[in-house]
Design a protein around this ligand. Structure first.
Ligand code: F6P
Ligand code: MN
Length: 314
């Protein structure tokens, strides 16, 4: 049933795809609600105020007006969709309880507008979503019921996985998501790499890793936005992204609940691998919902090479 990529002749929309892949009804409804919210987020990215909001998030980072707006749009949708137990946004310091009745409901952690500071230079940004069954989100990422992201680039795409394949949808002129590719699979070996963090602060192991990639003919391809960088690796089917542990910053930058778990879930279901350099991201037991961790994610051979060099050189 795969539609040929880029062609709109045999359109299978998101709702139909979720139904045909047997996704549980409430979960399918939730994903469709998030897809609906993304239409309003696109509008705010295209036309909204680019200034600061005058507030900061739980990491002490200055919030942009767009961060706050995207958060409001998504949270409101989740509060009213009838299938959500708890909501946790990267922009809000605590869990928002929606219903005490967890039965048949889902809890959602999200980064409403990752990379928002790239909007004023017109680079791609995204929304990242992690979904758990019931009320509990203090669980390892392997327990996610689903993960998805929406990429706002020259085109808008949505990539989801509910444990049965990773599927890409594109937004058409009617603002509906239609199937572009299903059951996406990654190759074993990367030919591009996206390195986050200041190279001056790389440890010996990470520096040796970068050198080995370059010597092996792996090319640098980095946009500075986590969603477009991961999307590039997944859609090309090859590549490795890392935001490593740094000297003086052993946990790197990216957040496990909002950014790493959902991306690790998607990449691993596409046959890739995601590690913090020692442990699979999806097996990390969370200490708090605000945990950060280093990440090496993408083609299996390249993630394993990073683990091996870090074990040897740090
Ligand atoms: O929120 C995270 C983020 O903006 C990602 O989109 C990106 O991968 C990373 O930060 C870039 O980090 P830095 O600002 O350290 O280059
Ligand atoms: Mn982010």
């Amino acid at each position: 049933m795969t539609a040929e990529r880029g062609k709109t002749k045999f359109q299978i929309d998101l709702r139909r795809h979720l139904r045909e892949r047997g996704v549980e009804r409430n979960l399918a409804h939730l994903i469709c609600e998030i897809a609906e919210a993304s239409k309003y987020i696109i509008n705010s990215i295209r036309t909204g105020d680019l200034g600061v909001a005058g507030t900061s998030n739980l990491y002490g980072e200055e919030q942009l007006a767009l961060d706050v707006l995207a958060d409001r749009i998504l949270t409101k949708r989740l509060l009213h969709c009838g299938v959500v137990a708890n909501v946790l946004s990267e922009e809000v310091p605590e869990v928002t309880p929606v219903s005490l009745d967890c039965e048949g409901r889902y809890s959602v952690a999200f980064d409403p507008l990752d990379g928002s500071s790239l909007v004023d230079v017109n680079l791609a940004v995204g929304t990242i979503v992690s979904i758990y069954e019931g009320c509990d989100m203090m669980l390892p990422g392997s327990k996610q019921a689903a993960a998805l992201y929406i990429l706002y680039g020259p085109r808008t795409t949505l990539v989801y996985c509910c444990g049965d394949g990773v599927h890409e949808f594109g937004m058409n002129q009617l603002m509906e998501y239609y199937l572009l590719q299903e059951d996406i699979q990654m190759q074993q070996k990367a030919n591009i790499y996206s390195p986050g963090g200041l190279r001056n602060l790389y440890t010996e192991g990470v520096e040796a890793y970068v050198q080995a990639l370059e010597e092996g003919g792996v090319k640098l391809r980095y946009s500075g936005g986590f969603v477009p960088d991961i999307n590039q690796v997944l859609m090309k089917g090859t590549g490795v992204f890392f935001y490593p542990h740094l000297k003086g910053k052993p946990d790197g930058k990216l957040r496990v609940a909002f950014e790493l778990n959902p991306m690790a879930y998607l990449v691993e279901h596409a046959g890739g691998k995601a590690s913090d350099g020692k442990t699979p991201i999806l097996e990390r037991a969370p200490e708090s919902l605000n945990d950060r961790a280093p990440i090496f994610i993408g083609c299996t051979e390249d993630v394993e090479m990073a683990e091996e060099m870090i074990a040897r050189l740090g």
